[in-house]
Write a protein that binds this ligand. Structure first.
Ligand code: TYD
Length: 397
């Protein structure tokens, strides 16, 4: 079969998702790009067309903190507890962010790799062994000069951010012990298509993996997925357990099961992606009409969770700062700045009831449970949320 790449979704002009704007820069021209999503029918990879260099996206101003969500902290803690039972001697994390995962382990047992120096500093201060560098075969060799091979490599929501997958897996092969395990967690393409969460596509998410595409990329490097866990985190992610092909661990039944589900849904057919794109066009119209109707009725709308994902939604659907009064977000580095493209102020917090908020657009829809718990009173008093997944609507539970 010919290696054909099909562009199936055009999400319009977009700014870089995590480039929150300082007040003094509000009048400066933003860097924009066309967000087009493609499907490769040979290796089954779904990727974005225009990419930026890692240095442009992950630098000393990176605002994202894994620890700001209780759900994420607990999720990683639970995994760490399970791993501890297996008594690994050395763990490496690629994209260790603020240490949300590695802080669950003994400092001597972990190595973190985090190129965003502003977040890397957090773990360094706590005396964790972290490298403020991008993951690469060169870095793997450099680490090997100081440490032995590792028996566990973990990477959550990071591998899909790296364009050159060959380099990623080459580095893994250098530093992973022959009997070692590599665990990747990333959003699931199957869930993205099922839930119409097109906001999984933005400049940092170069790929949204399926089992089928990830295994294809790993095969070239003699690596193999031997177990898959379907997770609720981030609106539906997969945790892939990967081994070297020479390691004879038996394949878990979850691999066959997941592969079957992906094939049955049509992840190998271009038609599936074309249909998805049609649903997204409709979703845009519907979401915008909800905002327009609410504003016509003089309702106050705010945004809840200034996520990178919501940048895609707002810019694609032409939802602007006249429709959303402000965002609230718990991340210190986002507060008192403005959302990329749409220039909506991000506040630390706000009492939604006192502030007479009628609707909150749920940017952090993936943490709905945690947020609805926090905002019980607002909901009790009639406050509602606007969501876009699985289809645009107003909800209160
Ligand atoms: P996440 O969904 O991980 O985002 P991204 O799309 O940027 O990768 O981020 C969740 C965002 O929501 C993060 O900025 C913190 C914010 N948030 C709140 O403001 N309040 C909350 O209660 C929760 C759970 C998250």
């Amino acid at each position: 079969m010919k290696n054909k790449i099909f562009e199936f979704l055009d999400l319009g002009n977009q700014p870089l998702a995590n480039s929150y704007i300082k007040k003094k820069d509000l009048n400066k021209k933003e860097r924009m790009y066309r967000l087009v999503v493609r499907y490769n029918n040979l290796n089954k990879l779904v990727s974005i067309k225009k990419t930026f260099s890692s240095k442009d996206m992950f630098n000393n101003e990176y605002p994202y903190r894994s620890s700001t969500s209780q759900t994420m902290s607990l999720h990683l803690k639970k995994l760490a507890q399970n791993i501890k039972k297996k008594m690994p001697t050395k763990i490496l994390e690629i994209g260790s962010n603020d240490g949300c995962f590695i802080k669950n382990f003994d400092k001597k047992k972990t190595i973190g790799v985090e190129p965003c120096t502003n977040v890397e500093k957090i773990t360094k201060k706590q005396k964790y062994n972290t490298y403020p560098e991008f993951w690469s075969p060169t870095l793997a060799r450099k680490i090997l000069k100081k440490h032995n091979k590792v028996n566990l490599i973990f990477s959550s929501n990071t591998i899909s951010h790296i364009k050159n997958l060959d380099e990623v897996f080459e580095g893994i092969n250098i530093i992973l012990d022959e009997k070692g395990i590599f665990i990747i967690e990333d959003p699931s393409l199957l869930e993205c298509l099922k839930k119409n969460t097109y906001d999984q596509f933005y400049n940092e998410h170069i790929y949204v993996f399926s089992y089928l595409s990830l295994q294809n990329a790993l095969t070239k490097h003699n690596l193999e997925i031997f177990k898959i866990e379907e997770l609720k985190i981030h609106g539906g992610s997969n945790r892939y357990y990967i081994k070297k092909i020479t390691n004879k661990i038996k394949l878990h039944k979850s691999v066959k099961h997941h592969k079957y589900k992906e094939r049955k849904f049509g992840l190998e057919n271009l038609k599936t992606y074309i249909k998805f794109a049609k649903r997204i066009e409709y979703s845009k119209k519907k979401l915008l009409s909800i905002f327009i109707r609410c504003k016509k009725n003089n309702k106050k709308i705010i945004g809840y969770g200034a996520t990178a994902k919501s940048v895609t939604i707002l810019n694609y659907c032409n939802i602007n700062n006249k429709m959303i009064s402000y965002f609230v977000d718990t991340t210190p580095d986002k507060q008192n700045k403005y959302t990329p493209g749409t220039k909506i102020l991000i506040k630390k917090d706000s009492n939604l009831i006192n502030d007479k908020v009628d609707y909150a657009f749920l940017g952090a829809w993936n943490f709905k449970k945690e947020i609805f718990n926090k905002e019980k009173e607002y909901i009790k008093k009639g406050g509602k949320f606007i969501v876009h997944t699985p289809y645009p609507r107003i909800i209160c539970k």
